[in-house]
Design a protein around this ligand. Structure first.
Ligand code: UT7
Length: 332
């Protein structure tokens, strides 16, 4: 089916908690057996933001949404859809998107969450684009928001040093089909590897007595396995996107915006693909891994700081719990 409409990426926004947590805090305050040097050299992270008492996925998501609407030159009244990607919803019910909808004060419009961990924002981008392609929405707000600090085990040095909190948002608008800016979208999930990253909730079942399954009280990751998975998938997604770019006759990828997880994962993928280092947007040194918020925060920052500009073709790449992996090739 030929889409009736094209999709334009019209505005971006982001919101971060004010509390800055430098690496030193894990040793000096929490007494963890780690060091600033280990965290910096093994991950690239120097500091991250942690939610303050009043910050939630919904409050940060609403602030990011307001910024995205302002950058799009639209108001809440223009919106036809809100999708929020999160694995740390304020409540099991209602959806964080409903809280954002109330915070913005839109008309009654479809608003729902989706859960695809660090790939969540690209899943949301895909859903928003489908609503616009079919004419079901003219303006769609897509939010990635997470406060993983609330799930961390501060005695587990393998995981607690990696994550930060925040939210990013994008407004997509209908455009003439010839001006469609989303060139390619790829979404994948392999649930058979679900145990490699898990975030519990109140309804997570307790393993029956006598089984070898560990009790899930906090986020749990198998860092080494996730590292290998992330590099393999990132290489694959970059190679496929370069193929897409050639097929579409585009000048090339101007900026790569990867999920901000670990500098060594990004470096390994760049080395394997030969993708130029100076075309990569990185801000994980300041924010750590913000899960579903990572890609839209980096995109917003890249646009605001002139790292990329209107007319550029950007490749967004993400991977995470599920396991999920995803990419979007977008001309801004
Ligand atoms: O968005 C998806 C979620 N993200 C992830 O799942 C993260 C992906 N993985 C990673 O980023 C990396 O695997 C880590 C940063 C988690 C770990 O780095 P690594 O180079 O893969 O280390 P490793 O797991 O191979 O561990 C090497 C050593 C171990 O000690 P032993 O067993 O060799 O004595 C760990 O116990 O480093 C130790 N270690 C630490 N030492 C100091 C692990 N974490 C720390 C720490 N400080 N924070």
């Amino acid at each position: 089916m030929t889409p009736q409409f094209g999709v334009a990426l019209r505005g971006t926004g982001s919101a971060l908690p004010t509390r800055v947590v430098p690496n030193q805090e894990f040793t000096d305050v929490l007494g963890l057996d780690t060091s600033d040097e280990w965290i910096r050299t093994r991950t690239g992270i120097r500091e991250r933001r942690f939610a303050g008492p009043g910050d939630t996925s919904a409050t940060l998501g609403t602030a990011a949404a307001r910024a995205a609407l302002a950058s799009a030159g639209l108001t809440a009244a223009d919106l036809d859809l809100i999708v929020c990607a999160t694995v740390t919803p304020d409540l099991m019910c209602p959806a964080t998107a409903a809280l954002i909808q109330a915070g913005l004060g839109t008309r009654p419009i479809p608003a729902f969450d989706l859960s695809a961990a660090c790939s969540g924002f690209l899943y949301a981008l895909s859903v928003g684009a489908q609503f616009i392609y079919t004419g079901a929405a003219r303006h769609a707000l897509l939010v990635g928001a997470d406060v993983l600090s609330r799930t961390l085990d501060f005695t587990d040095r393998n995981s607690c040093i990696l994550f930060g909190d925040g939210a990013g948002a994008v407004v997509l608008s209908a455009a003439p089909p010839a001006d469609n800016s989303i060139r390619a979208l790829r979404l994948y999930c392999d649930g058979s590897r679900q145990e490699l990253i898990q975030v519990p909730s109140k309804v997570t079942p307790t393993p029956p007595p006598g089984t070898s399954l560990p009790r899930l009280d906090h986020i749990r990751i198998s860092g080494r396995e996730v590292f290998r998975f992330a590099v393999t998938r990132m290489v694959e997604l970059i190679e496929r996107a370069e193929h897409d770019v050639c097929e579409l006759g585009l000048p090339g990828v101007d900026v790569l915006i990867p999920h901000q997880v670990n500098q060594r994962i990004i470096d390994a993928a760049l080395e394997s693909t030969g993708f130029p280092r100076d075309k990569v947007m990185v801000n994980l040194d300041r924010y750590g891994n913000t899960s579903a918020a990572s890609v839209p925060i980096a995109l917003d920052e890249a646009l605001r700081t002139g790292r990329c500009k209107r007319g550029d073709t950007v490749l967004l790449v993400a991977f995470g719990g599920g396991l999920t992996w995803s990419s979007a090739l977008v001309t801004l």
